[in-house]
Ligand binder design. Structure first.
Ligand code: AMP
Ligand code: TRP
Length: 319
């Protein structure tokens, strides 16, 4: 197949802490599985993370760690364009252009903003309010056709399409309307309390958790039962084994939640330990990691620069 014909896939992740099993199964794994089939772009959404991370050391560390994490789970830096959002200034430039055609009532419908407002937060920043517009710029700059994300990002993708349509209808066809790729089976990975796994709920199992951490967290899984079935343990277990494999195990350990948790601990650890080892190897060479990001930014800048020129031309800014 002619590689020029490959469709383009793009996604981003905020460097706002350690990735967890929800990030992995909901998004990261999808990207690794699809990296040969699509022309793949993955970026670290550091400007988005600035809405919550305001610590120089942490930001720095989180960015590098996120790249190492992606490489450790099998993202192939020779094929994938991996870069840092803040290194490609067109993201914020196009964000401004979109700001000028996006209304406040439209952004007030965004879940993240509504949640913050309902929680009566007094410190909602302009950055949080504008988050979906920057995300639209991230995606539309690259003519991305497919955007793998978890279900919590569905609305952002719809807003991206709306913004693209609005620009196109005002200034002529310029941006491609992207499709979200959300796998139903892992659209919402549950945390140890059964709610959506999320850093902000403190219910996560980190993707590179150590054995002791896995043990401690699995023991904390809330054993809400559905008949004899510990729902939350089973929901987590399904990420690691098929339902066919699990059926006899859950049948023969009916009601013995402690034993089922032990099996789950083994399964999670067996899955994570090779990743942990790969990660430790990759982390030894930080210069290599930085070089990957630099190369990625150079490629991204070319594409983003060309798209931004076209947008400026359509806007009447090029004389
Ligand atoms: P975030 O940590 O919010 O930057 O999320 C990074 C990616 O992981 C996004 O595509 C999210 O939709 C996805 N994600 C986060 N939490 C979950 C979850 N519990 N289940 C499925 N996907 C998730
Ligand atoms: N908002 C996404 C999240 O929190 C991260 C993100 C920023 C993103 N820009 C993007 C994802 C563009 C996909 C495409 O998970």
């Amino acid at each position: 197949m002619n590689s020029d014909k490959k469709k383009r896939l793009l996604t981003g992740i905020q460097p706002s802490g350690r990735p967890h099993l929800g990030n992995y199964f909901g998004m990261m794994k999808q990207v690794v599985n699809l990296q040969d089939e699509y022309e793949t772009f993955v970026f670290i959404a550091d400007y988005h993370a600035l809405t919550t991370v305001r610590d120089k050391e942490k930001m720095h560390e989180n960015i590098l760690n996120m790249v190492i994490d992606f490489l450790a789970i099998g993202l192939n830096a020779d094929k994938v364009v991996l870069f840092q959002q803040s290194q490609v200034s067109e993201h914020t430039e196009l964000c401004w252009v979109f700001n000028c055609i996006t209304t406040m009532p439209f952004l007030m419908r965004a879940h993240a903003f509504k949640d913050a407002q309902e929680a009566k937060k007094k410190d909602i920043t302009v950055g949080l309010f504008d988050y979906p517009v920057l995300m639209a710029a991230d995606i539309l700059l690259y003519d991305a056709e497919i955007v793998p994300v978890g279900k919590d990002q569905k609305q952002h993708l719809e807003m991206t399409r709306d913004i693209a349509e609005k620009f196109n209808s005002m200034f002529g066809d310029t941006f491609i309307l992207p499709d979200a790729l959300i796998r139903d089976d892992v659209a919402v990975v549950p945390g140890i309390d059964g709610k959506k796994m999320s850093k902000s709920y403190g219910n996560t199992i980190p993707l590179f958790a150590k054995r002791e951490e896995i043990e401690r967290l699995v023991k904390k899984i809330v054993t809400d039962s559905d008949g004899e079935m510990p729902k939350n343990v089973y929901a987590m277990h399904k990420l690691f084994r098929s339902e066919e494999e699990l059926a006899p195990i859950y049948e023969s350990h009916k009601g013995r939640y402690g034993d089922l948790k032990k099996i789950l601990i083994e399964d999670i650890d067996a899955f994570i330990s090779p990743l942990r080892e790969r990660r430790a190897e990759i982390a030894k060479d930080i210069n290599k990691v930085k070089e990957i990001l630099n190369n990625g930014a150079n490629i991204a800048r070319e594409l983003a620069g060309a798209k931004m020129r076209l947008a400026r031309e359509r806007l009447g800014l090029l004389l």
